[in-house]
Design a protein around this ligand. Structure first.
Ligand SMILES: [Fe+2]
Length: 205
């Protein structure tokens, strides 16, 4: 996708898929490295090294030009995390519909290290207009224990479509979206699978 077309989509839809940001071979190596070390007491060190390996790709084209254009006064990485979410991680907090909270125009940037086709652990999004209606209706509560996996009943009551958006993310692809303006949830992977992602929160400066 041409970078101005990508910027227009990001500004309009507040979400975007960018293909082939991190080489698939590196994704595979990072997953293997993690799985060889998982359970070690230096688990946090492995996570940090995966984040460090992925961070330079934020500064490569076409992503860097897109981010510079979107954040025209600059941006900073507010936080970063590596996650290996297993199919049975029932306590995973992001699996319910919610909005994040913070500085407007911030973006979440997920690097998928393995594909959605492999694990089905996609990130589902609801557009800005319906998110606003759902927020006013109280369907996107702040409290963790009040959040829901399924808000189709609320959507039906509001008389809005229950369609969700999920991109067909391949290994090495990036998902960018506004976590403050689009309701979202991350699905658990299918039986026996793990979803490996590196996530950055980018904040305007
Ligand atoms: Fe979130």
């Amino acid at each position: 996708m041409k970078s101005n077309k990508a910027l227009i989509q990001l500004e309009k839809e507040l979400s975007l898929q960018i293909s082939n940001v991190v080489p698939v071979t590196l994704c595979d190596t990072l997953i293997r490295h993690y799985e060889e070390r998982v359970g070690d007491k230096d688990d946090a060190l492995v996570s940090d090294s995966i984040i460090k390996e992925c961070t330079p790709y934020l500064s490569q084209e076409p992503l860097v030009s897109l981010l510079n254009a979107y954040f025209n006064n600059g941006y900073q990485v507010l936080s970063s995390a590596f996650d290996a979410i297993r199919f049975d991680d029932m306590s995973y907090i992001s699996k319910t519909w919610h909005l994040d909270h913070g500085v407007k125009r911030s973006l979440k940037l997920f690097i998928y290290l393995n594909s959605v086709a492999e694990h089905q652990g996609n990130t589902l999004l609801i557009d800005q207009n319906r998110t606003g209606l759902l927020r006013s209706f109280g369907a996107l509560p702040l409290e963790m224990d009040a959040r829901k996996d399924d808000i189709t009943a609320e959507m039906r009551e509001l008389g809005i479509s229950n369609e969700t958006l999920g991109y067909d993310l391949k290994a090495g692809d990036v998902l960018l979206f506004s976590p403050f303006e689009l309701a979202h949830r991350c699905l658990l992977p299918r039986l026996g699978k793990t979803r490996y992602t590196v996530c950055f929160t980018l904040m305007p400066t």
